[in-house]
Design a protein around this ligand. Structure first.
Ligand code: GTP
Ligand code: MG
Ligand code: ZN
Length: 290
């Protein structure tokens, strides 16, 4: 038996990095779920291997839209949400990614790419909503210099996540000469990327650091978080939770709502409370449909 790490997952075929090199693997049985980033035990089978077991995961991140959810990566210790000066990005999607990570106890980092373009200042300003909360921001140009990002990657398995066309795979190519990840021009007409990357892929930086490139997101549903989990995922709400007059306060129109008081007093950003309320309503509407 060999220990290894899954560096790529294509439905039922996998590539596993082991001490004996990268092995093409299949998985034993139908019910073993294997995801990019998993630590696994592999049995040699000629030139290839069979994944016999998956080690306990420290985290598992999903991408989901209205219809289905699909695992992106396992054992991620840090989420890096990649946005760019162009094409334009959704602040709501960025926040949803971070909320999902907070729920899993995973730290988040913002990467603002394409600093060589004139729209960079406006993009940075939009991110102020999150940098004011303490989320670190690294601004860089993946096509020029990725050095500003390196210190943040050390000791982590970092998942690069974000909308299509933001430059995740370009970053990977700059960090890992020879990675040869496919990249593509975004569409000016549609102001969006072309969904170039189709599978998550893990690249090793050194013995204890790795980076995972992932397919561009269009949506990131948070249906799996209940009301309490969702409120806790907003880091700045935490000091106020449990202080509303009513124990089951929905933080909507109830009297004595500590969160609404905090928003009115400028202790939390009203835009964040509004996002919480929007997400709660979406969840309730979905629950009614079930
Ligand atoms: N001007 C400029 N363009 C960049 C920079 N980084 C990436 N790009 C371009 O942005 C486009 C999209 O880059 P990709 O790396 O394919 O984007 P992605 O986020 O991997 O997209 P998906 O795989 O579809 O999710 C490409 O044409 C890149 O050359 C940058 O720093 N400056
Ligand atoms: Mg890509
Ligand atoms: Zn309340």
């Amino acid at each position: 038996m060999l220990a290894g790490r899954v560096v790529a997952a294509f439905s039922r075929r996998f590539i596993v990095a082991t001490a004996e090199g990268d092995l093409r693997c299949q998985v034993k049985g139908r019910h073993l779920q294997v995801v990019c980033g998993d630590r696994v035990e592999v049995r040699r089978d000629g030139a290839d291997g069979i994944i016999e077991a998956v080690c306990t995961r420290s985290s598992l991140l999903y991408r989901s839209d209205a219809f289905k959810s699909k695992a992106i990566a396992a054992n991620v210790t840090q989420l890096a949400v990649v946005v760019a000066a162009r094409p334009s990005f959704s602040m709501e999607l960025v926040q949803r990614c971070i909320l999902a990570a907070e729920d899993q106890g995973i730290a988040s980092l913002l990467i603002l790419n394409k600093a060589d373009l004139p729209e960079i200042a406006a993009a940075r300003e939009r991110l102020g909503l999150l940098t004011r909360l303490g989320y670190p921001l690294v601004t860089l140009s993946a096509t020029r210099d990725v050095a500003p990002l390196r210190p943040a990657l050390h000791g982590h398995t970092t998942l690069l996540i974000g909308q299509s066309g933001m430059g995740k795979s370009t970053l990977v190519n700059a960090l890992f000469p020879g990675a040869d990840a496919v990249t593509a021009e975004y569409s000016e007409a549609l102001d969006s990327g072309r969904h170039t990357t189709t599978h998550s892929r893990l690249y090793r930086l050194d013995a204890d650091s790795a980076v995972i490139d992932s397919p561009g997101l269009q949506e990131f549903a948070l249906q799996h978080l209940d009301a309490d989990a969702l409120a806790r995922a907003f880091v700045e709400f935490r000091p106020f939770l449990g202080q509303c007059r009513f124990r089951d306060c929905r933080h909507e129109a109830e009297p004595g709502c500590r969160l609404r008081e905090a928003a009115a007093a400028g202790e939390i950003d009203p835009a964040r409370l509004q996002l919480f309320q929007t997400l709660r309503r979406l969840q309730q509407n979905a629950a009614q449909r079930l």
